[in-house]
Design a protein around this ligand. Structure first.
Ligand SMILES: Nc1ncnc2c1ncn2[C@@H]1O[C@H](COP(=O)(O)OP(=O)(O)OP(=O)(O)O)[C@@H](O)[C@H]1O
Ligand SMILES: [Mg+2]
Length: 358
């Protein structure tokens, strides 16, 4: 697509979130951003982990430039002034707030201005690496786009954490829509205070209560819920059984929250991720053939199709991936339960075999 044809289309903003710290949000953001740039898309990666910015390390960059922190505390500094091309011609990076103090909870006005500036960046993709937890700031960054990514580990507590993360995001989205609308705000507070976890509330009941409080508003809320399609990335997958955790999350999100969480893909467990972090280099550069990098490349190919077409196109098309299919296709990669995780060489050999046979 020509530059002219692209002009006027906002970048697809991909916030990368998840319930907890240490689940691979930053590793995914850094390497997926680079992979998209290497597929010739224009990419801006932003470190939106305010208070915990460290994405520059994973990209092998020094922490020597102003970033989102400075934009949020300054009157005059705009986002465009802190976007700098690094590493690749089509790749730009915006550091977080490692060089300034106390920006972890900026005002909504400041955030809104910044989020609008992100949507106006000249790029095909803007990836936002988010901090852990469910603070309002994390939620507001997460809600910048209906095409957000949600990273999850294949572990039992992670399913609950991820579910609660999505539930918090949903409530924040509705709070923002109905800001200043007292009757609806009361309904949201009542439902939010019900105990956490699956089965505690059903979105249908919430929408009905909103409709009862303010006729017509239930439909508005439903549209907001239905438009949002979080894309699940299952990280650190070790065995075929791990895909069951993804199915469980998708089931809970659908039933309780009315959310269609789509399967974007999975990334295998790979020591390379920690090795690359220790070397201060992107994993993609240390060993592009490593299983983690091959997984990242698959994600990038899948997401790359949205480039230049805008978020609405991507949303209307939906995503065809499914973990059932992934589990079947990639079953030979994983060891049967109770046996050792294969070495990287062994995994590579199996990947080559699978791809050769495909
Ligand atoms: N696929 C993987 N295989 C092996 N190790 C991984 C994988 N993904 C992430 N890790 C390891 O998990 C740890 C956490 O990763 P990362 O810093 O990307 O998580 P995070 O979600 O950004 O954490 P935080 O919320 O603290 O910012 C790191 O030590 C990283 O090396
Ligand atoms: Mg991180």
């Amino acid at each position: 697509m020509s530059a002219q044809a692209r002009a006027g289309i906002s970048p697809i903003v991909l916030p990368v979130g998840g319930g907890k710290g240490g689940i691979g949000k930053s590793a995914v953001t850094a390497n997926l951003g680079l992979a998209l740039a290497r597929l010739e898309h224009r990419v801006v990666v932003l470190d939106a982990d305010l208070g915990g910015s460290d994405l520059h390390n994973l990209l092998g960059l020094d922490n020597d430039r102003p970033g989102l922190g400075e934009v949020l505390v300054s009157r005059d500094l705009g986002l465009k002034q802190v976007v700098a091309p690094v590493l690749e011609p089509r790749f730009s990076f915006v550091p977080g707030d490692a060089m300034v103090v106390a920006t972890a909870n900026p005002s909504f006005q400041k955030k809104r201005k910044l989020l609008n500036a992100i949507k106006a960046l000249e790029a095909d993709f803007a990836l936002l690496d988010l901090g852990a937890g469910t603070s309002i700031t994390v939620m507001d960054f997460y809600l910048t786009s209906p095409l957000s990514l949600v990273v999850m580990l294949p572990e039992r507590p992670a399913v609950l954490n991820t579910f609660n993360f999505l539930k918090n995001a949903l409530f924040r989205a509705l709070e923002r829509i109905f800001r200043g609308n007292a009757a609806t705000e009361r309904v949201l507070t009542v439902f939010r205070e019900r105990s956490r976890g699956p089965g505690a509330m059903l979105v249908e009941d919430l929408l009905a209560a909103i409709e009862k409080a303010r006729p017509g508003e239930g439909l508005r809320a439903r549209r907001a819920v239905e438009r949002w399609r979080p894309k699940l990335v299952l990280n650190r997958v070790r065995r075929v059984d791990d895909f069951a955790y993804a199915s469980q999350l998708m089931g809970w999100a659908r039933r309780d929250l009315g959310l269609l969480v789509e399967a974007l893909g999975f990334l295998p467990e790979d020591d390379l991720v920690a090795e690359a972090a220790a070397l201060g280099r992107p994993a993609l550069d240390v060993d592009p053939r490593a299983p983690f990098c091959q997984g990242v490349a698959r994600l990038a190919l899948s997401i790359g199709q949205w480039a230049g077409r805008g978020a609405d196109w991507a949303l209307s098309r939906g995503h065809e991936g499914s973990f059932e299919r992934a589990a079947t296709e990639f079953a030979p990669l994983f060891p049967p339960p109770g046996t050792a995780w294969p070495t990287r060489e062994e995994l590579l050999r199996r990947i080559r075999e699978l791809e050769g046979g495909a």
